[in-house]
Design a protein around this ligand. Structure first.
Ligand SMILES: [Zn+2]
Length: 249
């Protein structure tokens, strides 16, 4: 795949520096683009050349990677086709088909390649709640982000730490009821065991809107024993069941 020098125009027309706070330049830039199938906000899954998931990138970064010749191969489906202007030196119009998954060259130190417990992803509520499927792991209620909290299974006051395998998603009511006690002391039972995500699992948890082909790709990189396999399957079944209910209603 060779997009030639025409990509220079596209890349230059998409420089983040061309955007100001008013969004004026942003609109002008979008006029140069025709978008297919997906909104430009759809993220692209970037992997290293061996196929290990690396990060999510936006269309500007993807265009830069194509332009600098760093895209080794692509997987998944075409998300959108980006059109630039006509390159003065070649007279050719720039076109880039951006795929949902792109494998790139020249990246070293992919945390996903570390073996054993060497990599621990940063802990934050967004990825924690996603890990637990937005369920309170005490009462099982599924709640929106704003109504959830981070519970320390073994509280700080009893020597617990703020680490992935000591934290679970909890509704505020359960968190208050448990207070500074362990689940045993509070007579509460955890519905699932907390775990530290691997790098590939963490990439999934960080994804804003993960497409089916990106999901399938990431799932293949989860450990076989990953609790996310079962949780995602259960959620999928739940969605199918609720759609069936909607149809019956
Ligand atoms: Zn609860």
């Amino acid at each position: 795949m060779n997009y030639g020098t025409g990509l220079v125009y596209l890349y230059q027309s998409m420089q983040p520096a061309a955007i100001d706070d008013t969004g004026r330049e942003d609109r002008r830039m979008n006029e140069a683009l025709i978008v297919d199938r997906h909104p430009l906000s759809q993220q692209i899954l970037r992997t290293d050349v061996s196929g290990m998931p690396l990060e999510w990138v936006d269309y500007r970064e993807a265009a830069r990677l194509y332009h600098t010749g760093q895209v080794a191969y692509t997987c998944g489906t075409t998300l959108y086709r980006l059109y630039g202007g006509t390159c003065a030196s070649t007279g050719l119009r720039t076109v880039v088909d951006v795929n949902s998954i792109i494998a790139t060259l020249g990246h070293t130190g992919n945390p996903g390649n570390l073996r054993g417990a060497a990599y621990v992803p940063p802990l934050n509520n967004q990825t924690l709640f996603r890990r637990d499927g937005y369920l309170c792991l005490y009462c099982g209620l599924r709640l929106p982000y704003g109504q959830l909290s981070r519970d320390h299974v073994t509280p700080f006051s009893r020597g617990g730490h703020d680490v992935w395998n000591n934290v679970v998603t909890a509704c505020r009511r359960c968190n208050n009821a448990k207070a500074s006690r362990t689940p045993e002391q509070a007579g509460m039972q955890l519905l699932a065991v907390p775990f530290t995500p691997t790098y590939a699992e963490y990439i999934y948890l960080k994804g804003r809107r993960v497409l089916a082909d990106q999901m399938e790709y990431l799932l293949a990189h989860f450990p076989r024993s990953s609790p996310l396999h079962e949780r995602l399957l259960r959620r999928q079944c739940g969605r199918v069941a609720s759609r069936a209910d909607d149809n019956c209603a």
